[in-house]
Ligand binder design. Structure first.
Ligand SMILES: Nc1nc2c(c(=O)[nH]1)N[C@H]1C(S)=C(S)[C@@H](COP(=O)(O)OP(=O)(O)OC[C@H]3O[C@@H](n4cnc5c(=O)[nH]c(N)nc54)[C@H](O)[C@@H]3O)O[C@H]1N2
Ligand SMILES: Nc1nc2c(c(=O)[nH]1)N[C@H]1C(S)=C(S)[C@@H](COP(=O)(O)OP(=O)(O)OC[C@H]3O[C@@H](n4cnc5c(=O)[nH]c(N)nc54)[C@H](O)[C@@H]3O)O[C@H]1N2
Ligand code: SF4
Ligand SMILES: [Mo]
Length: 743
């Protein structure tokens, strides 16, 4: 007890000291070129006597891992040799998973805010308090005064339970996910272009393509195992690679052509590429007209995007543009990949649909080795969408505003369809605005840390303070968000629970529970179901085991795009990564979609996008002359609640830094390692200078992994702006105006 009380007072820096002495990891077989490891064990730990099958919880690559257990503890993690995605390999994050479990800041029992302090309570009191508070809030202010905010890293069964509880039982569609911060523009772009959310390609297409077109995406850092596969194909098949990024990233350094674009200007570049492909006769116009809508309109629209105009706006020379157009024109099969450089923008969806015009008019679609290959950031963004755990969806890609869909799902859920709301729920942007306006009174956060990861965190924190009731369900405490909670619910995490995950190529995998959760922690499902039962929904949550939830979810997929009636826990134990649709037990899964060239939208045709460019909400000016880009580093993950515990990762990067071009450094008389104060209209950050010509002049880069627990002035989201994609509401994390001074 005393020890736990102490833990509550520890801050992140203390953890670093603790973990530096405590949890040593030894890493064997380092591949310096790709930063991958062959095996990792906790130092001095016993040999595992049992192994469990699992998937790495971090990025959307979805590497298979085997989890080794001895004496009821996870003591080793290794890449699963027979997993189709990673064939035994793991990156530095996956290899270091052992250290995330037994940390000194695990949240071990429920706690309730009492004045300024948290006080331990038992589960009965916690469940009763949550159930009665939700009931009271809804009775007084209506169901829409409550919202739940989850992640895109959870299991199908978890999404399914939250959805059934919030939409089916409570009667609000305010179930939102951190997928909004992550891939919202990308997915909305895909849906607009295809007419449905159905990723067409698979990872095996990498070996068949002759060109990779990579825009605003740095998989060398963000998806190392996926990137390794790209590099292997490049070596073996001589696949060409075009990279479009304002920074000379490790991905860009491996490109045949790197277009070091002025940030924000991708729509202009993509329109210019489209123009040149059409005008130079490098596409089959008859075919393009057959499979797309609006070809003539697009052709006319792009005429003003001349190479000269593009050069002036994007900084890409006419010569480079011509080379890129030539490569695309010659290609027999090109894969189009993108990431946050496109998505995290006020015109993110426009950037994505303008990019998709290119594969559509060049016929790089509906065939092996070609098309958009969207690898999402978080591990289960695909599961989230197919389970319908977003404000506008129901399971099986159904829409909340479709009466038949509500009826079908209500029948399976055993709830009254009249109680289900036909109105799309709030996005996280509207939830926070709603709290600010006094319309949202209670919020339940599961598996997310918005006080660290949402833009303009000073504002976010002031808003969280306004809630009548905030429930935070996490496996650690303190986090930047947990401090604002009225009640803290301790969650089991990866390896301490079972469930199913779908990866970016629609492949499903079972994750086994390897060990018991620590202290009184319970699985996320158990916690939510206990509250639901307390509120009178015993019948809806009479599941005896996780597999029962999976079986009920399967019923929601019948005759839907993601039909998985052919799958079971038993089958997933034997066959890994089978891709939906898998309608029967005899069906072996679907590698690629639309190879019949029939697309799900408008008369089976693809939608071309007619897009104009617009500047970000805030661009540099006299007062704030530099363009701020934010992003990630290989060795840290998100808000670091897990990776900050790993000495090997902290040795690589343990504090924020500011990448600045030598010309700007000269003007400002800044030397490498100088402490800088970076200010924006919203706040400030102090960090050391890294001088590099990998970045464009007048642009700076700062990673987003560090927040208030690392120091009040360490959060880059102090600086970022509340500007959001016009359609998808994804934050514009890649554009803010800042000023820099030496401290
Ligand atoms: N190590 C590690 N891996 C991770 C994560 C992590 O936290 N740590 N997070 C995971 C998650 S959730 C995600 S979403 C992914 C993100 O993975 P990525 O999308 O690869 O990540 P970012 O570095 O945010 O952005 C990609 C690139 O966009 C460039 N960029 C910025 N602005 C522009 C622009 O206007 N145009 C163009 N063309 N490019 C631009 C940036 O310079 C950057 O190199 O990574 C996943 N993998
Ligand atoms: N400036 C800037 N900001 C960014 C970005 C950027 O590029 N620039 N990128 C954005 C992107 S792409 C993303 S995806 C977001 C990520 O934003 P978040 O999802 O808010 O970040 P995480 O740190 O992953 O938060 C996950 C939380 O869940 C907890 N957790 C882990 N496992 C479990 C579990 O099994 N159960 C429960 N209940 N809790 C668990 C962790 O301890 C942590 O507190 O950040 C965004 N923020
Ligand atoms: S590439 Fe992604 S899924 Fe694979 S080990 Fe690394 S973080 Fe985990
Ligand atoms: Mo993300």
């Amino acid at each position: 007890m005393a020890a736990n009380k102490d833990n509550m007072q520890l801050n992140r820096r203390d953890f670093l000291k603790l973990s530096a002495t405590g949890l040593g990891l030894s890493l064997v077989g380092f591949d310096p070129l790709l930063g991958t490891f062959q095996a990792a064990f906790a130092e001095g730990a016993p040999q595992p006597d049992q192994w469990f099958m699992s998937i790495c919880p971090y990025c959307g690559t979805g590497c298979g891992v085997n989890v080794g257990v001895a004496g009821g503890k996870v003591v080793a993690v290794k890449g699963m040799p027979d997993h189709p995605i990673n064939k035994g390999e793991l990156c530095i994050l996956g290899k270091n998973l052992v250290g995330i479990l037994d940390t000194s800041d695990r949240l071990l029992f429920p706690q309730k805010k009492d004045g300024d302090q948290f006080k331990q309570i038992n589960w009965e009191e916690a469940t009763d308090t949550v159930a009665s508070k939700l009931k009271e809030t809804i009775e007084k202010n209506g169901a829409d005064s409550f919202a739940m905010y989850i992640s895109a890293s959870e299991y199908i069964e978890e999404y399914y339970v939250y959805n059934k509880f919030v939409k089916g039982c409570l009667g609000t569609n305010n179930l939102e996910s951190s997928a909004r911060l992550c891939w919202a523009s990308g997915v909305v772009g895909l849906v607009k272009a295809f007419g449905a959310d159905s990723p067409p390609c698979c990872f095996d297409d990498i070996d068949l393509a002759d060109l990779f077109f990579v825009a605003g995406y740095n998989p060398s850092s963000s998806k190392p195992i996926f990137f390794k596969r790209l590099m292997k194909a490049k070596k073996v098949n001589k696949t060409k690679m075009i990279v479009i990024d304002p920074r000379k990233t490790d991905t860009a350094k491996k490109a045949d052509i790197h277009l070091q674009i002025k940030p924000g200007t991708d729509v202009i570049l993509f329109n210019a590429i489209t123009r040149e492909l059409i005008n130079k006769g490098l596409i089959d116009e008859t075919k393009a007209k057959n499979i797309t809508q609006d070809f003539e309109k697009l052709k006319e629209h792009v005429q003003s995007f001349t190479p000269q105009f593009a050069e002036e706006k994007t900084g890409i020379s006419e010569q480079q543009l011509a080379e890129v157009v030539e490569l695309i024109g010659q290609s027999k099969g090109a894969l189009f990949m993108w990431g946050q450089g496109l998505n995290q923008s006020r015109i993110g969806t426009r950037k994505v649909t303008s990019l998709l015009n290119i594969p559509f008019i060049t016929g790089n679609i509906g065939k092996a080795g070609a098309g958009p290959l969207a690898v999402t950031g978080q591990s289960t963004a695909m599961s989230l969408r197919e389970a319908g755990a977003l404000p506008n969806l129901l399971p099986g890609f159904r829409k909340v505003d479709d009466p038949q869909a509500r009826q079908d799902i209500a029948d399976i859920w055993g709830v009254d369809p009249q109680k289900m709301s036909p109105k799309a729920g709030r996005t996280i942007v509207d939830i926070l605005n709603g709290i600010d306006a006094g319309e949202i009174k209670a919020l339940w956060i599961i598996h997310s840390n918005p006080a660290a990861t949402f833009p303009d965190t000073t504002w976010v924190r002031s808003v969280l303070n306004k809630l009548d009731f905030l429930i935070v369900q996490d496996c650690y405490h303190p986090t930047e968000t947990s401090q604002f909670a009225h009640i803290l619910l301790p969650a089991a995490q990866w390896s301490e629970k079972e469930g199913t995950m779908t990866n970016s190529e629609r492949g499903l995998n079972l994750i086994e529970q390897a060990v018991q959760p620590p202290g009184e922690a319970k699985t996320d499902i158990e916690i939510v179901m206990n509250v639901a039962r307390k509120m009178g929904f015993e019948k809806q949550f009479s599941f005896k085991k996780t597999e029962d939830i999976f079986e009920e979810f399967k019923r929601c997929t019948t005759h839907r795009p993601n039909d998985i009636n052919g799958l079971s826990y038993a089958r997933m134990r034997k066959e890994k990564g089978l891709q939906w649709p898998i309608p029967t037990a005899e069906h072996s899964g679907t590698k690629r979609r639309f190879i019949d060239q029939k697309f799900p939208g408008n008369d089976g045709k693809l939608n071309l996008a007619i897009n104009q460019h617009d500047d970000p909400l805030e661009i540099p000016d006299k007062e704030f002359p530099l363009w701020l880009l934010t992003g990630l580093v290989n060795e840290q993950f998100h808000s670091r609640t897990r990776t900050s515990k790993i000495p090997a990762l902290n040795r690589a990067v343990s504090e924020p830094f500011v990448e600045i071009h030598p010309d700007n450094a000269n003007i400002l008389k800044i030397k490498e390692g100088d402490l800088l104060k970076v200010t924006s209209r919203r706040g400030q950050l102090t960090a050391r200078a890294v001088i590099t010509d990998n970045i464009l002049k007048d642009v700076v880069f700062i990673p987003y992994h560090f927040s208030f627990l690392a120091g009040e002035d360490k959060s880059v989201n102090n600086l970022t702006i509340r500007s959001f994609d016009e359609s998808a509401k994804q934050p514009e994390y890649k554009a803010a105006a800042v000023n820099i001074e030496k401290v």
